[in-house]
Design a protein around this ligand. Structure first.
Ligand SMILES: [Zn+2]
Length: 273
């Protein structure tokens, strides 16, 4: 037993190794970063989610992440409300431990959106989380686009990268409607196609990537503006390029809307007000 324990201990990634990896990517504490992370991808990270957030926050000026709460979402406006959003509401499990650890920090800002909220720490946290509306759920990504930020994938794949949704927004991919309780009333909100096939963008962004291995995890960093712009270019050429093929997925509804209406490009807004 002891030898197995030692083996596991040996393979654990230390905070200093993660820090060195982030430094190698060029993160020096001045960048505004949208992060997606899989803690499990390291094998084991000493100190877990706490270390992850501590090290990421120290290597960034602003650290932002999606902190979605799917339990609040209604498929019809008449559906009964089972769950209400609050600042401290638990992040859906599939988003991983990073955003939950951030939400639990009092210094973190969390946007108001009942289902698609973002959480942020640091210099521009307020600016990033303020830039959202029910009609523009990926406004926080737009804020990072405006700030010349970066998209960081810590052991995650494209299918969790919410930055791509901002490319869809700009390209004019139609939104569907979902609902959620907000301030005591049921409100309609714009809701996107799924992200299962966002990997279709990967061949077009290889040259933008900085990549480093930390333990068993692969970390990828992309300039967010270039990443989003490449998604727009791809969608202009092939509007359904990022929709998944699953027959039961809402992506098919989005595809039907594209067939009917085409893309309706939206402008990037530097400021909401
Ligand atoms: Zn889909």
């Amino acid at each position: 037993m002891e030898s197995v324990f030692n083996l596991m201990n040996k393979s654990a990634v230390a905070a200093a190794e993660l820090d060195a990896g982030l430094a190698k990517l060029g993160l020096d504490g001045t960048q505004h970063v949208l992060a997606h992370a899989s803690l499990r991808s390291f094998g084991r990270l000493e100190g877990g989610a706490r270390t992850l957030v501590d090290v990421l926050a120290a290597r960034t000026a602003t650290l932002a992440a999606p902190a979605f709460t799917y339990a609040t979402m209604l498929y019809r406006p008449t559906d009964p409300v089972h769950a209400r959003f609050t600042r401290d509401r638990r992040v859906s499990r599939e988003l991983g431990r990073l955003p939950q650890e951030m939400v639990e920090r009092a210094a973190a800002q969390r946007s108001f959106h009942p289902t698609l909220s973002f959480v942020a720490l640091g210099e521009q946290a307020e600016y990033v989380t303020r830039r959202q509306s029910l009609g523009q759920p990926y406004g926080p990504v737009g804020a990072l686009y405006e700030l010349g930020g970066y998209s960081l994938m810590v052991g995650t794949d494209w299918d969790s990268n919410t930055a791509i949704h901002y490319g869809e927004y700009l390209a004019g991919v139609p939104y569907l409607s979902r609902w959620a309780e907000l301030n005591g009333a049921v409100a309609e909100m714009a809701f996107p196609n799924c992200s299962a096939d966002f990997g279709n963008l990967a061949p077009y962004v290889h040259d933008l990537a900085s990549v480093v291995r930390v333990g068993q995890s692969t970390l990828q960093l992309y300039p967010l503006r270039d990443l989003v712009d490449r998604a727009v270019t791809l969608l202009q050429a092939d509007p359904k390029a990022l929709l998944c093929r699953s027959r039961s997925c809402r992506c098919q509804q989005v595809g039907a809307l594209i067939d009917r209406e085409g893309l309706r490009p939206r402008a990037h807004q530097a400021e909401l007000n």
